[in-house]
Design a protein around this ligand. Sequence first.
Ligand SMILES: [Ca+2]
Ligand SMILES: [Ca+2]
Ligand SMILES: [Ca+2]
Ligand SMILES: [Ca+2]
Length: 314
Amino acid sequence: MRPRTSRAPSTSGCEHASHPGVGAAYALQRRALSLALQVILLGCGAREAAAQPPAVEFAPHRDFATGFQPISVAVGDLNGDGRLDLAVANVGGNSVSVLMGDGTGAFGPTTDMPAADGPHSIALGDFNGDGRIDMATANYRSGNVSILLGTGGGAFSPATQIPIGGRPYAVEVEDLNADGKLDLAIANNGANNVSVLLGNGDGTFGARADYGAGDLPTYVAIADLNADGKRDLAVVNGNANTVSVLLGISDRDLAVGHCGGRSERGRHPRSGGDGLRSQCRLGTAEQWIGGIRVPGGLPHGAGTPRPRGWRHQR
Ligand SMILES: [Ca+2]
Ligand SMILES: [Ca+2]
Ligand SMILES: [Ca+2]
Ligand SMILES: [Ca+2]
């Protein structure tokens, strides 16, 4: 007779523990339950962590030399080596400093180049589409904008000047009319307006268009503020405690013009901007490009023919 083995009472209350198959299944169930609980707890922890804003901390500052009285800084890869560099406008030195980055957060030495009188703001962009970063400064004492084109290796061409007037305090770069060419928006502290210069794509810019703002504009920002796909402007007015918002209203098939000595609003079936530009080239006092007014510069001509397909609107 085979001896009977005695079995101790289960302390777990499970009478299947001594059965090999049932015990394995039970162990698997417990493991699955444990894993599920861990997943739930981890999920809760992740949600709690997500609810907390991530901490941010900075190392002590390191200082790098610039020109005299730096007042504005922009960041970009100025020499095309894949490492970010710094461009600084020196309002007291009438110059721009460029400081090449080594990729570790160290910069310099500084290279200074002349801008104009009182560069108060600097912005970067590839104005001529050659893949090299170019620079623009707003010079409040000389009343102009300096353009310095990148020539490779972190070098720049001598500054060319675009007259603006009205103490330009700030310049921003963006493709305002969505033609693939970068344009300039300039806050003019002394003229209570903002100037727009459309880029020609070769490092030059078209005639200036001015739009009124508040009292003593000091800065301009560019964004699509009403999500209609058109760039808008926000200008802060230092003496009015206000910010002026100028919504972009240009459109490929809608433009507002002041051609032939009177205001006209019309729709062109193909391209309002191109149509009006063609129209104004035939001889009017003002031209509109992409819905942006470009005053002066063209001879006034009576009886200016309308572009083909032009229809007046009220
Ligand atoms: Ca670089
Ligand atoms: Ca360029
Ligand atoms: Ca443009
Ligand atoms: Ca908009």
